[in-house]
Design a protein around this ligand. Structure first.
Ligand code: MN
Length: 193
């Protein structure tokens, strides 16, 4: 097996009460694990690309010598693995504030409140399943946007800085249909800001 689940840097219940332990456990052991398993299946079928860095496979998806079905598998399940690995890392039970990043965000968006309002609106306006992101583009400039499904910012050569999973599986047990309450709570467990 090429890809395996990394050890979560905290316990399943470490993000309580904002994200409950049961949601964390199912999210990681069922949803994220399924992306890893399916990614490994498509890489087993295509050993020529199996050693390439996943970010680079996703960024160069169009030019890969793969059939369309396998490209979609890489986009969905490779994206799913990258997105979730990133998501577990941006969250933490204790803040590790990055003052430099906060300074840059304030410079770009006016204030943290204005940034958060934009980010939240972007996350709320994703219809169906997907993600909201703060990324740096190829010129290191910030952008806030949402992607559908498991589409990774790396598809556009962008580097994620902050990202929130707004698939219902990320919040339904605790928040049901109240995505806005989940987003408000999520800032408490976001490590850097
Ligand atoms: Mn998810």
């Amino acid at each position: 097996m090429k890809y395996i689940m990394s050890q979560l840097p905290y316990e399943y219940n470490a993000l309580e009460p904002y994200i409950d332990a049961r949601t964390m456990e199912i999210h990681l052991t069922k949803h994220h694990q399924a992306y890893i398993n399916n990614l490994n299946l498509v890489l087993e079928k295509n050993p020529k690309i199996a050693d390439k860095k996943l970010e680079s496979l996703i960024e160069n998806l169009d030019s890969l010598n793969l059939n369309d079905k396998d490209k979609i598998m890489i986009k969905n399940h490779g994206g799913g693995h990258l997105n979730h690995s990133f998501f577990w890392q941006v969250m933490a039970p204790k803040k590790a504030i990055d003052e430099k990043l906060i300074g840059e965000i304030k410079k770009e968006y006016g204030s943290m409140d204005e940034f958060k309002a934009l980010f939240k609106q972007t996350a709320l306006s994703r219809f169906g399943s997907g993600w909201a992101w703060l990324v740096r583009d190829k010129n290191s400039k910030f952008a806030v946007y949402s992607t559908p499904n498991q589409d990774s910012p790396h598809l556009q050569g962008h580097t994620p800085i902050i990202g929130i999973d707004v698939w219902e599986h990320a919040y339904y047990l605790k928040y049901q249909n109240k995505r806005d309450e989940y987003i408000d709570a999520w800032w408490h467990v976001l490590k850097l800001v």
